[in-house]
Write a protein of this length. Structure first.
Length: 132
């Protein structure tokens, strides 16, 4: 009989005050299916959202400079490689070569001035082994 895995504990990301409205994102490392991938969290319309840093068009990192994801009007997440545009609230592709898909969302919350990320079965924290 297979026993389901217990949910992974919340991972603290940063202080809520570190994410300014439509400002620079926090970029962090995760494992997707055991492979290293970057993810990012940003504040948009007062809510913290988080996604894998992978464009749907071509799986490349999207930020213009580290942590810079929004277009010049600060309305859309924009891929710096080919210009695919995504709705920040839900990751839905709205323009460019990204088709009808969505960015891969990560579950996040804010509790008592702290932003937390909740790992899933497929997207896990990177474990850093302590040196011997």
């Amino acid at each position: 009989m297979h026993t389901p895995e217990a949910p992974a504990p919340a991972e603290p990301l940063c202080a809520s005050s570190d994410l300014a409205e439509r400002g620079q994102a926090l970029v962090f490392d995760v494992l997707q299916y055991g492979q290293p991938v970057r993810a990012f969290a940003l504040r948009f319309e007062g809510q913290v959202v988080a996604y894998l840093n992978r464009c749907l068009h071509v799986p490349v990192e999207m930020d213009w400079r580290p942590g810079e994801f929004l277009d010049s009007d600060k309305r859309f997440i924009l891929c710096s490689t080919h210009g695919a545009a995504y709705e920040p609230q839900d990751g839905r592709c709205v323009a460019g070569p990204c088709g009808r898909g969505r960015l891969t969302a990560l579950q996040v919350s804010e509790i008592d001035g702290q932003v937390y990320w909740y790992p899933s079965r497929d997207i896990r924290p990177v474990s850093f082994d302590a040196p011997d």
